[in-house]
Each structure stands twice: as structure tokens, then as C-alpha cells.
Write a protein that binds this ligand. Structure first.
Ligand code: ADP
Length: 275
């Protein structure tokens, strides 16, 4: 004899719960998208006139002014620059969240990029008496194919932090060859400072958005708590990750490895004006 058992259960409640869950998730996603879009639009709307303010202040600074007028304008420019940095961080963060950050492949010269980066940070370094250097190993090819804009963004973030959290000593940007073949090269970038360092307990706070390790010193130094999150995400888009080695009161090293093309394909040439 064969026996069959038929088990019936009422799944209408389960189906209803699934439908509600789907609805709730759709609502959350659309609220999330709306928030990202709002942040991106607001940042863009603020950035455009602010760029105008910075431009006009720059222009006026190059005219004949009394020392007091010059000092006042310099302070205004420093404030506008710092606001611009915050806006740019929020804009980048919302672009990354919305999956709208694009990674390009263009031809660029690594040495030129490093020279420009050092130039843009040297005033700050000198003000603090910090020796800032970029050292490119002899074996690293200088004509590369990759995304110079994203690379500059990550380097700028890490160098700004290194300078911000260092009171005396040096900041080195060491660029070394990992390996290469005919078409590709892997290059390591290490930003090494002799600054305040990060304790083991604080390491896991580094990559949380809008989070700064320590309220008291970050209030002193300022910042959005977005730089490292953005850098990590940008490196992720370029197939890389970020490594941190740090010792409290000794210094920190932030490093990453990127792969670049060195072939002769038909790639657009990077120009500083394209930034
Ligand atoms: P922000 O610099 O705007 O605070 P980041 O995301 O770039 O935001 O950095 C987060 C926190 O990580 C900083 O507030 C700081 O506490 C710590 N940090 C980052 N870089 C360094 C560094 N080079 N030395 C010491 N602490 C650092």
C-alpha cells in the first residue's frame, strides 16, 4: 500500500508580510535616493557661487592693497576655501552613495601630478614647519594610463590629513614599484607622517562616515570626517584598498597599491584644465 500525505498551509499572511516588506524597502530606497540627490544638488548649487567668490578674492588679492586689506582678504579666502572643501566632500560622498562616481582611463604623467600636489600643499607644510616631500622610485614608469583625477583626490585627502595631524617633523609621499610587465604596472603609494598617530582602539572608527577619532583634537583641527571614507570608496572603484599602520604619538602610514596601463592604446591625454 502507498500512503500520501497532503500538507496544506495558509500562506496568505506570509505573502502579505513579503509584500509589506517589499513596499517598505522601496520606500527606504527612494528616500535614500532622494536624500543623495538633494545633497548632490545642494552641494552643486553652493559650490558654483562659492567658486565665484574665491575667484574674485584671488583677483583682488593680486591688486594694490594695504597690508590690512590683504590680511582681511586672505582670511576671507581661507574661510571660503575651507567651505569649498566641505562642499566638495559632501558632493563626492553623495555621488559615491548614488553610484554616480565615474572612473576614467586616460594618459597622464605621474611626476607632473606629484609636483602639482606638493605645490598645492607646500604653503601649509611650511606654515607648520613640516618637511613635505614626494619621492618617486627610479623603477616607476612616469607615463601611465589610469584615472589621475581620482588618484589626485585620494592623495590630496591623505596628504591633508598627514599635514593636519602632524605638529612637527615630516610628511613623505613614497611611490614605489610593486611589479610590472609589458602592459601593466602596479605601484604603491605610501603617505608617511610623524604626527599624533592613532591608537589600536580607534582604528575601527577611521572609515565611518562623518566620524572623527577624537572629539577634542578633531575640533582643534576641523574636518568633515568624510575624507577617509571617500578615499576608501574611490580606491575600491579602482580595484584597490587602503592600508593603515599607526602608532600613537609616533606617526601614521596610509598606503595603497594601484594598477596602471603603460601600453600605447588610443587614450585621451590628461590636462590640468580638465579637473
Ligand atoms: P577628517 O580629516 O575630516 O576628520 P577623515 O575621514 O579624513 O576626516 O579622517 C577621520 C579621522 O581619522 C580624523 O578625524 C582623525 O581623527 C583620523 N586620522 C586621519 N588621518 C590621520 C593621520 N594621518 N594621523 C592621525 N589621525 C588621522
Amino acid at each position: 500500500k502507498e500512503y500520501f500525505a497532503l500538507i496544506c498551509s495558509d500562506i496568505s499572511e506570509e505573502k502579505k508580510a513579503q509584500r509589506e516588506m517589499k513596499k517598505a524597502m522601496e520606500a527606504t530606497n527612494s528616500a535614500y535616493r532622494a536624500k543623495s540627490e538633494f545633497l548632490a544638488n545642494m552641494s552643486h548649487e553652493i559650490r558654483t557661487p562659492l567658486n565665484g567668490v574665491v575667484g574674485m578674492v584671488d583677483l583682488t588679492l593680486s591688486t594694490d592693497l594695504t597690508p590690512i586689506q590683504k590680511d582681511n582678504l586672505k582670511t576671507a579666502k581661507a574661510c571660503a576655501d575651507s567651505l569649498l572643501r566641505i562642499i566638495n566632500d559632501v558632493l563626492d560622498f553623495s555621488k559615491l552613495e548614488a553610484g554616480k562616481m565615474i572612473v576614467e582611463k586616460i594618459r597622464f604623467n605621474l611626476k607632473r601630478i606629484c609636483d602639482n600636489i606638493i605645490k598645492s600643499h607646500i604653503v601649509k607644510a611650511k606654515e607648520k614647519g613640516i618637511d613635505l616631500k614626494c619621492n618617486i622610485d627610479k623603477g616607476v614608469p612616469l607615463e601611465l594610463i589610469g584615472d589621475p583625477n581620482r588618484l589626485v583626490q585620494v592623495l590630496n585627502n591623505l596628504i591633508s590629513n598627514a599635514l593636519k595631524f602632524t605638529e612637527k617633523g615630516r610628511v613623505d609621499v613614497n611611490i614605489t614599484l610593486v611589479n610590472r610587465n609589458n602592459n601593466f604596472v602596479k605601484v604603491q603609494f605610501a603617505i608617511i607622517d610623524t604626527g599624533i598617530g592613532i591608537s589600536k582602539d580607534d582604528m575601527d572608527k577611521l572609515f565611518r562616515s562623518f566620524t572623527q577619532v577624537d572629539g577634542s583634537h578633531t575640533r582643534k583641527y576641523g574636518g568633515t570626517g568624510l575624507g577617509l571614507v571617500i578615499s576608501k570608496e574611490l580606491l575600491g572603484l579602482m580595484g584597490s584598498s587602503i592600508d593603515v599602520n599607526s602608532e600613537k604619538n609616533v606617526g601614521s602610514t596610509f598606503s595603497f597599491v594601484l594598477e596602471f596601463g603603460i601600453g600605447h592604446g588610443n587614450f585621451a591625454q590628461y590636462s590640468e584644465e580638465n579637473k
